[in-house]
Ligand binder design. Structure first.
Ligand code: PLP
Length: 377
């Protein structure tokens, strides 16, 4: 699905030099390099504060902690996504409330959000799934109208740019009160271990996030808030510092691979291409098709067979995500039942993601597309 080895070879001198400098300095934790990287990423994003943390899930958890919600407060997140957004809300004693997604873009459906709002709703956590932004005009409008916080999960969408109806442009994660990303190795800007970051233009929230991420400590050994220990280490910052100048090239390489896939699959009656939000650029963390089974065949079974056949021919393929959150065992809630979120359920039964990374060459793309088309017929 990804090829981190080839990508490393392309920038090996920059990465090796950065890592060696950290080892020579022995400033493994809280080194100057972490501050420098935070500033460079803030410049790239056009946001005031970047606070690096231990991983993307921590970024989400710390962001929610910084909002100062109370137990039982409701946090709205899409049901078709990775578990992290609902998980951190549940861990903090808040109530994750899930909503349906748009069948074309896979992203949070604003109408579904509107319907889910109750007096207990305090925050909306949209996920910019697979690399393009959710409908942020509508989501920000709902938040303004109802006085809700917005925390963006931009773990899959770093570098993606959203254009508002009035023409204003903002980068994914820099639109809501707080935005989160992950530097997990396979993410669009990945380090060589774990890492994550929180973005915000709000000075007060930024300060709160910094304090919470550092044991709730304001002055050494004086703890004003209940916090956690979550930080990006210097070696990871060195890797990210070497990769950040290449991020736009990496996005372009992903977009080129996506264009190749689009062209190959656009005419097939059993394949629906990933829908695009015209207001967002797409940085293709994943290239995700929807497979449409022949009449009378169970869609999920058909999709799973296609995946097995691809794998047996040496083509990796993954299902992101096979089970929506409202049908996950740990999150079963008497308020929800199968059929409640039809678009998400339809997607869970039809999606398949193909290899997507910055080093896909023509030969690989030809091999992948030819095999999928042969299997589907
Ligand atoms: C990867 C990811 C996360 C979690 O990031 P980690 O660094 O693995 O903790 C959260 N949300 C989404 C949508 C992700 O893709």
């Amino acid at each position: 699905m990804v090829d981190l080895q080839t990508q490393y070879q392309q920038i090996k001198p920059e990465i090796d030099k950065g890592i060696q400098q950290v080892i020579d300095s022995a400033a493994f934790v809280k080194g100057q390099i972490v501050t420098d990287f935070q500033n460079q990423l803030a410049d790239y994003l056009g946001v005031k504060h970047v606070i690096a943390v231990g991983n993307g899930t921590d970024a989400l958890q710390i962001s929610l902690m910084a909002l100062g919600l109370k137990p039982g407060d409701e946090v709205i997140t899409p049901t078709f996504t990775f578990i992290a957004t609902a998980e951190v809300a549940a861990l903090l004693g808040y109530t994750p409330v899930v909503v349906d997604v748009d069948y074309e873009t896979f992203n949070m459906d604003p109408e579904s959000v509107r319907k889910a709002i109750t007096p207990k709703t305090k925050a909306i956590v949209p996920v910019h799934l697979f690399g393009q932004c959710a409908n942020m005009d509508a989501i920000m409008e709902i938040a303004r109208e109802k006085g809700l916080y917005v925390v963006e999960d931009a773990c899959q969408a770093i570098g993606s740019e959203y254009t508002f109806a009035d023409g204003t442009k903002k980068k994914a994660g820099c639109i809501g009160n707080l935005g989160c990303t992950s530097f997990f190795p396979s993410k669009n800007l990945g380090c060589y271990g774990d890492g994550g970051a929180i973005f915000t233009d709000d000075d007060e929230l930024a300060q709160k996030v910094r304090v919470i991420a550092n044991h709730g400590m304001t002055v050494r050994y004086h703890h004003d808030l209940i916090g956690v220990n979550s930080r990006l280490d210097s070696i990871q910052a060195a890797v990210l510092q070497a990769k950040l100048p290449h991020l736009d090239e990496y996005s372009a390489a992903r977009q080129a691979a996506a264009a190749y896939y689009d062209k190959a699959f656009g005419q097939n009656e059993h394949i629906l291409l990933p829908g695009r939000n015209p207001q967002s650029t797409h940085v293709f963390h994943q290239y995700t098709l929807r497979l449409i089974a022949p009449e009378g065949t169970d869609n999920a079974a058909y999709r799973d067979q296609v995946r097995e056949a691809l794998i047996s021919r040496g083509v990796p393929a993954m299902i992101y995500y096979p089970v929506p959150l409202h049908l996950q065992k740990a999150y079963l809630d008497p308020r929800y039942k199968e059929g409640d979120f039809p678009q998400a359920e339809k997607l869970a039964a039809s999606v398949i993601s193909l290899p997507m990374h910055t080093c896909l060459d023509e030969e690989q793309l030809e091999f992948i597309t030819r095999n999928l088309l042969e299997i589907i017929g």
